[in-house]
Design a protein around this ligand. Structure first.
Ligand SMILES: NC(=O)c1ccc[n+]([C@@H]2O[C@H](COP(=O)([O-])OP(=O)(O)OC[C@H]3O[C@@H](n4cnc5c(N)ncnc54)[C@H](O)[C@@H]3O)[C@@H](O)[C@H]2O)c1
Length: 347
């Protein structure tokens, strides 16, 4: 354990990003509190190192590894408003906070059930209300590239999105559905928490994070699985000409830690590769890696979101003194390896 380091709080710590951050911080020697309702996340009993050391301390509150990890199975809104029975435990003074808990659900939920996603407004408002009272040392808010104005992401010429395309006090534009609105509002709250309450806050705007463990409702693992099954034709949603900026989860985690160390005024930093890749290219890359040549077939009736979304990474590389290290070929290769294992298990 790191000497004198205060515990770290991770909301949504059982989700895709949260599990990676949890493992990274445990390796670095931190003790953690994780709050997750496991609505989409996976219970730590299934993935946490030391999961066999479970000790129940209150209903829904579990200690692992002699208290190195405290897991609260519950709604983060209840935690933020002090409505979780912690049993014999007391809420500690936290060092870093990573606020990842959110309703997302992929493009079909963002477009198809926007009011469910709007719950994120409540989650974020309660998170920042808690933070200005509890006063953690630093707080990282997971915003999103969905906060950017959608009129910069049409098919009339793709624009690399830069941090200054969102200007509080200036041009904000129309973000992407309720998901984008909640992220834009969360960023505003992070600034307020800094400017009015003196908290160290930072925001990240990840583009399309992907990785081996990602849920199959996301396009990269899902196309990888279809390629591992050698489906022909190999389908992609929409025309397949819509593009995204894919960045491997290991790079996302590294970038998040660097942003939290370097930004304290609540401003947002892109996390992307700076490369626009369309879904036909994604499918073709997986087919090449799998070693077959299927026809790529568009599925016109599927939701696709904005046409082109990718990052200008000049600000990111300048302030982080770093850029993503994992190429698409390497990252997609890792995802395909897992897809082959999933296929072998009959998934
Ligand atoms: N993965 C990406 O590429 C990406 C891109 C942009 C932004 N983000 C943001 O990063 C964060 C993490 O994303 P992710 O990909 O890990 O998503 P995820 O869905 O895998 O994880 C979200 C976690 O939050 C939990 N959760 C949802 N509502 C909750 C509630 N009320 N109380 C407690 N827990 C709750 C879920 O069970 C889940 O474990 C999110 O805020 C997301 O908007 C992610």
């Amino acid at each position: 354990m790191i000497k004198n380091a205060k515990p770290v709080l991770i909301t949504g710590g059982c989700g895709f990003v949260g599990r990676h951050m949890t493992r990274r911080l445990l390796q670095a020697g931190y003790s953690l509190w994780i709050v997750d309702d496991c609505s989409t996340g996976q219970h730590p009993g299934n993935w946490l190192p030391g999961a066999d050391t479970r000790k129940d301390v209150a209903p829904g509150v579990i200690e692992y590894d002699g208290g190195k990890v405290v897991f609260i199975l519950g709604d983060a809104r209840d935690f933020f408003t002090g409505r979780v029975d912690l049993g014999e435990l007391e809420e500690p003074a936290f060092g870093d906070v990573f606020h990842f808990a959110a309703v997302i659900g992929g493009r079909s939920t963002i477009d198809g059930n926007p009011m469910a996603v709007a719950i994120d407004l409540a989650l974020d408002a309660l998170c920042f209300n808690w933070a200005v009272r509890a006063r953690p040392e630093r707080l990282l808010y997971a915003s999103s590239s969905a906060a950017y104005p959608v009129d910069l992401q049409g098919d009339g010429g793709a624009v690399a999105l830069k941090e200054s395309d969102i200007q509080f006090g200036g041009r904000l534009g129309q973000p992407d559905m309720t998901y984008g609105w909640s992220k834009l509002t969360g960023e505003y709250l992070a600034r307020i928490a800094h400017d009015h309450y003196g908290l160290h806050t930072a925001c990240v705007r990840p583009f399309s994070g992907y990785g081996e463990e990602q849920d199959l409702s996301y396009p990269v693992p899902s196309i990888a699985l279809r390629a591992a099954k050698r489906e022909a034709p190999l389908t992609v949603w929409g025309s397949g000409l819509q593009g995204r900026d894919f960045v491997h989860i290991d790079d996302c985690i590294e970038a998040m830690l660097r942003v939290l160390a370097r930004v304290e005024d609540g401003s947002g930093v892109n996390i992307g590769s700076g490369t626009l890749t369309n879904f036909r290219e994604v499918a073709r890359t997986f087919a090449d890696l799998e070693g077959y040549e299927p026809e790529i077939k568009p599925l016109a009736d599927k939701p696709v979101g904005v046409h082109s979304r990718y990052a200008d990474i000049s600000h990111m590389t300048e302030i982080l003194q770093w850029q993503p290290a994992i190429s698409i070929e390497e990252g997609f290769g890792r995802v395909l390896k897992v897809a082959r294992e999933r296929n072998a298990q009959g998934l």
